[in-house]
Design a protein around this ligand. Structure first.
Ligand code: ADP
Ligand code: MG
Length: 363
């Protein structure tokens, strides 16, 4: 139904989408997830040419939208789009918001349009509010009217751009419930969302976007439970990390400790953990000290909210050499302290990147 090939979008010097190729079949529900600023909205807007791509092609139902003379308005009518901010006509009642398009654009006679609009409002649970103005409705109700307004145009495809992000948390589920129902009834949908539970239960496929590309895609089980790539894993585990560079043996110990503590505080980790992280980092730097200043060291602290795992690593570039190799250590004390505070201590070296990582043991 939708075929996107080698899509790219640039704004001046900024490359927002690099090379995106995606196919969406009839009846599929695609969730698009990823950090903000990675081009998800831009991608969605390219599907109905609200955004004109810089390169590549977009075909909808076989029609090349970028071809000269393509009937873009007609293709657009086959696609409904639901925005974060509802975009309802403020001076029109819910019912009139629904009938406007069919009457003006499709030439549907008003009585027929009204009858259908009432059925659609009933479907989203809002028949009672047909005469209300948007201002008289809650956020969740407004968004359901916005979805109904799309449905009134009998679209073949619905595009959603973070439809629940502007809502009070108590109203998210009423909107998701309507979307679940549409998915069940076979509507083709592309949904940019931060609602991971929804993406997991409802989608046939999940696209993880990062840095202007589809970085990973797969079934919800694959993307959420067994992501193949690093950034995907960090995102689905809601892992946040911070890197601290140590470039000389005379590094500012107090500044480093303060930064490590600040990271722990930001993630509301217990005092004991905070203390252990500082001690661990100090021992690890001690162990790595012979590399300085020739090879700068990166101390990477990463915390996953979902798994409650706190990882500490020291990364360096250059020749592989296990820093825990006993023959190289001045004494064993540092290593014993490290083993006392961390589990899963692993050293790896790949393409000149050396990494000693561990899980900080938490009380
Ligand atoms: P996302 O939806 O993933 O948060 P967007 O697609 O909204 O990302 O934006 C991606 C990047 O493109 C952002 O850096 C944003 O500032 C930029 N961008 C989006 N639209 C425009 C525009 N019309 N002009 C210039 N820059 C834009
Ligand atoms: Mg967006």
């Amino acid at each position: 139904m939708i075929e996107v090939e080698h899509l790219s979008v640039r704004f001046g010097d900024q490359v927002v989408l690099r090379d995106v190729s995606v196919r969406v079949a009839k009846g599929e529900v695609i969730s698009v997830i990823g950090p903000s600023g990675t081009g998800k909205s831009t991608f969605l807007r390219c599907l109905n040419l609200l955004q004109r791509p810089t390169g590549g092609s977009v075909r909808v139902g076989g029609v090349d939208l970028l071809a000269r003379g393509a009937d873009v308005p007609r293709v657009r009518r086959r696609m409904g789009m639901v925005f974060q901010s509802f975009n309802l006509f403020a001076h029109l009642t819910a019912l009139d918001n629904l009938t406007l398009g069919p009457v003006k654009l499709l030439g549907t006679p008003r009585p027929e349009a009204e009858k259908k609009a009432m059925e659609t409002l009933r479907m989203v649970g809002l028949a009672e509010k047909a005469g209300s103005l948007p201002d008289e409705l809650s956020g969740g109700q407004k968004q359901r009217v916005a979805i109904a307004r799309c449905l009134a145009m009998e679209p073949e495809i619905l595009l959603f751009d973070e439809p629940t992000s502007a809502l009070d948390p108590t109203m998210v589920s009423e909107v998701l419930a309507v979307m679940r129902r549409l998915a069940r009834e076979g509507m083709t949908m592309v949904v940019v969302t931060h609602e991971m539970e929804f993406a997991r239960d409802v989608s046939s496929r999940v696209l993880y976007m990062d840095e202007g590309v589809v970085y990973e895609e797969g079934s919800p089980a694959q993307v959420f439970d067994a992501p193949r790539r690093d950034r995907t894993r960090a995102f689905v585990e809601r892992r946040r990390s911070a890197t601290f560079r140590v470039a000389s043996p005379d590094y500012d110990l107090y500044a480093l400790n303060a930064s490590l503590e600040a990271f722990c505080d930001r993630h509301a980790l217990p005092r004991q953990t905070r203390h252990d992280v500082v001690l661990l980092a100090e021992e690890l730097l001690q162990i790595h000290a012979p590399l300085l200043p020739a090879t700068p060291l990166d101390v990477v602290l990463a915390y996953s909210e979902k798994t409650d795992r706190l990882e500490l690593a020291v990364e360096s570039k250059g020749e592989a050499a296990d820093p825990l190799d006993l023959a190289r250590l001045p004494d064993e004390l540092g290593l014993r302290i490290v083993r006392g505070l961390a589990d899963g201590i692993t050293y790896s070296s790949d393409a000149g990147r050396n990494r000693l990582s561990m899980t900080v043991r938490q009380a």
